[in-house]
Design a protein around this ligand. Structure first.
Ligand code: FES
Ligand code: FES
Length: 160
């Protein structure tokens, strides 16, 4: 199939990439752009490992056609922090031991960031709702919820 030129903003940088019209956003991010922080899990929209933020909303990139993000803003885990400069959500995941194998973690963190960007003072229920589509097979959701809530406090204390 003839490729099409996709242009979009990824982590604040303008991107242009030739994509297969049937490619998912996840495939373009991981295979074409070689950014593998976004994880591939079920490929059916059920596990949340591939979560990215599209115009402020957490979305499953494995079921999002890549061409759907034309001229839109996408954030991936690579865009929210670096090893030397972690985002508060990343810091709290480390401090709260909110991961074991870590495979679900990038998706969880993107769901957390989308929530905190919209609602800086979430309740436990808000957090549980935000990660309802993110599966974790090893850590248990309590620690993950605690990490979200501590990150919210940290974000708020930094901005006040
Ligand atoms: S890989 Fe996308 S939801 Fe599982
Ligand atoms: S830490 Fe292993 S799947 Fe969540």
């Amino acid at each position: 199939m003839e490729k099409k030129l996709l242009h979009f903003c990824l982590n604040g940088e303008e991107m242009e990439v030739q994509v297969d019209p049937s490619a998912s956003l996840m495939d373009v991010i991981r295979d074409d752009l070689e950014m593998t922080g976004t994880k591939a899990g079920c490929n059916t929209g059920d596990c949340g490992a591939c979560t990215v933020i599209l115009d402020g909303e957490a979305v499953r990139s494995c079921i999002m056609p890549a061409l759907h993000v034309m001229d839109r803003n996408v954030e991936t885990i690579e865009g929210i922090g670096s090893p030397d400069n972690l985002h508060p959500v990343q810091e709290e995941f480390v401090e709260s031991s909110a991961f074991q194998c870590g495979y679900c973690t990038p998706g969880m963190i993107m769901s957390a960031k989308a929530l905190l960007d919209k609602n800086p003072e979430p309740t436990g229920e808000d957090v549980r709702e935000a990660i309802a589509g993110n599966l974790c097979r090893c850590t248990g959701y309590k620690k993950i919820e605690e990490a979200f809530l501590s990150a919210a406090k940290k974000v708020n204390s930094k901005s006040s």
